[in-house]
Unconditional design. Structure first.
Lengths: 104, 153
């Protein structure tokens, strides 16, 4: 059982979702999966060290991760309310149309 | 054996969270991902981190339940059972390298904090209860907003 490969698999799933999925909620879930993979790797390595210092640092990392998640989610909600959709392709299309109208 | 089962569950729930079409089921699968991660932490000896993971996961899920309806469009199609089974199979296949391959050395014994110590002496139970209170509040607000949106029907 190797947790490095497990966390790499989580990272791969998250990056795949980040590249493929077009919905804002799925993008957020992908970011969460990437963060989970990173923390899983950190925890297992800190556990292999056998000291509590790694866990203390990890709690700090959790706090940062939570703050980042809150900011990302707030931005996603703002974008979703502004454009009325959560599809990234449609949002980009609307943005392009707005720019071309402004140029005219 | 338990760790292998947990790793399979972790990858499968991550796949389901990403590829299920309904937002509620996606968030529920993400809850499973957080739960499996916390259990893996416990079995690795990092009990206090597991408690924090639980609390952070509960907070994230509460916010996701609140904003999930706002962020997701109306579902156009439901995930068929065939696709769900295919997703589970993909997750199992993806977790096999982590079970059978190895690139690192053996894991250590953790930080030598027992579960009871972390829960009672280090007051991990406070963190868990705080997370549950936040989740309850968020679910209550979500229900009130849902009722308000539907005109109290």
């Amino acid at each position: 059982m190797d947790f490095v490969i497990l966390s790499l698999a989580m990272l791969a799933i998250g990056i795949y979702g980040l590249l493929i999925k077009r919905q804002l909620l799925k993008v957020f879930i992908s970011i969460e999966l990437i963060a989970t993979g990173a923390t899983l790797n950190f925890v297992t390595l800190a556990s292999a060290m056998g000291k509590g210092l790694g866990e203390a640092f990890l709690i700090l990392a959790f706090s940062t991760d939570t703050a980042v998640s809150a900011v990302i989610l707030a931005l996603l909600v703002i974008v979703s309310k502004k454009y009325g959709t959560s599809d990234i392709s449609e949002i980009i299309k609307m943005e392009d149309e707005g720019e071309s109208e402004a140029e005219l | 054996m338990i760790l292998e089962a947990l790793s399979i569950g972790l990858i499968v729930s991550a796949c389901l969270a990403l590829f299920l079409d309904e937002a509620v089921y996606s968030v529920a699968a993400l809850a499973g991902t957080f739960l499996f991660t916390a259990l893996i932490y416990v079995l690795n000896g990092a009990v206090f981190v597991a408690i924090f993971q639980f609390a952070v996961g509960v907070g994230t899920l509460a916010i996701l339940f609140l904003s999930g309806e706002m962020l997701s469009d109306k579902p156009t199609k439901k995930t068929s059972p065939k696709n769900t089974v295919a997703l589970i199979g993909t997750g199992v296949v993806l977790s096999l390298p982590a079970i059978f391959l190895s690139v690192s050395g053996s894991a250590g014994s953790g930080s030598n904090v027992s579960f009871g110590d972390a829960l009672w002496n280090l007051r991990g139970v406070d963190v868990i209860l705080q997370g549950l209170v936040i989740l309850t509040l968020a679910l209550g607000i979500a229900i009130v907003l849902y009722e308000k949106k539907n005109g109290g029907k």
